[in-house]
Design a protein around this ligand. Structure first.
Ligand SMILES: [Zn+2]
Length: 312
């Protein structure tokens, strides 16, 4: 477990009239063609929440943005924020982390795509999302790290803050004139528990997302009798988020599978989840009941197809 330093890398360095120039780190959530040569890129920025960019000429080989605006990429972008427009013109994009190793791991790539699609569809629009940014950045970095070390078995814990993000942070800081002033203002940002195991990363992100969006799950209290659970709950109800103890379950047959209950308990205790797909599906079902999931999350289909490929 390491202490993460969150830092505001963005700053407004020019204000003129209605629009202002913004420099911020951004994670690309989605990209689609706009014309023969241009992209529209939707990114989660550290400073301004979700922003839609038009990237003129972005598809061309000689585009200066090449690679920096690929989905799942962490980049530093400069753009002029026009409050009267839904589409912002991007001026600069500097690649910070392409997450190369994550891209070579189909199953975890599918999980990362569900994460970005959920943020795109369900995170509040038009507001800063610094917690969401920090948590997504961390999860992608953890994925990339474990996917890139074949020697790291699924059971080996991830060590503290990756060297990758440390060097990225310091490199960015040295390029950022206002870094010193910004350090103190970021001290109040929350820190998150690290997913210690590869199989926990997506589930931990889902659990944190429940917290961030106001659907906190109480994994250690029986929702019927109020007793503190000393071992995995006897049942879980995604409709309410309630866990119940074995006394309250009595002779009833639990609806939740043992894999689900053991996985949620392991997640809560910071232990390795044996069958993460059960835990992930339980948390997705809980979120679906609370957020509504009115719009379909397309990448969940891809995740399920990928799980079949890997026998999960
Ligand atoms: Zn009980």
């Amino acid at each position: 477990m390491g202490i993460r330093l969150y830092r505001l890398s963005s700053f407004v360095y020019q204000r003129s009239g209605l629009s202002s120039m913004i420099k911020t780190r951004a994670i690309v959530l989605h990209r689609f063609p706009y014309s023969d040569s241009s992209w529209i890129v939707k990114a989660l920025t550290e400073e301004s929440g979700i922003v839609s960019f038009i990237v003129k000429g972005g598809k061309k080989k000689e585009s200066p943005f090449r690679g920096a605006l690929d989905p799942l990429t962490l980049s530093e972008v400069v753009f002029r924020q026009n409050p009267n427009s839904d589409l912002q013109f991007i001026k600069e994009a500097t690649l910070l982390d392409w997450h190369k190793d994550l891209r070579n791991d189909l199953l975890n790539l599918a999980k990362a795509q569900v994460m970005t699609e959920m943020i795109l569809r369900y995170a509040p629009q038009g507001v800063p999302l610094q917690e969401e940014f920090a948590r997504l950045e961390e999860a992608l970095s953890e994925f990339d790290k474990v996917c890139g070390s074949p020697a790291t078995s699924a059971s080996a814990p991830i060590t503290a803050t990756s060297a990758n993000s440390l060097s990225t942070n310091s490199a960015t800081a040295s390029n950022t004139p206002n870094a010193e002033q910004n350090v103190s203002s970021s001290a109040a940002l929350p820190t998150f528990p690290h997913a210690t195991y590869k199989s926990n990363i997506f589930a931990q992100w889902l659990l944190d997302t429940c917290d961030m969006w106001g659907y906190n799950l109480d994994l250690e209290t029986c929702s019927r009798c109020g007793r503190t659970l000393e071992k995995p709950a006897a049942d879980f109800f995604p409709e309410t988020g309630g866990f119940i103890c074995e006394h309250c379950l009595g002779v009833d047959t639990p609806r939740a599978k043992a894999e689900t209950l053991n996985g949620l308990w392991a997640l809560h205790r910071g232990q390795q989840i044996e069958h993460p797909e059960f835990t992930e599906n339980a948390l997705l079902a809980y979120l679906r009941h609370h957020i509504g999931f009115l719009k379909e999350i397309h990448s969940i289909k891809f995740l399920n197809e990928t799980r079949k490929l890997f026998g999960k």
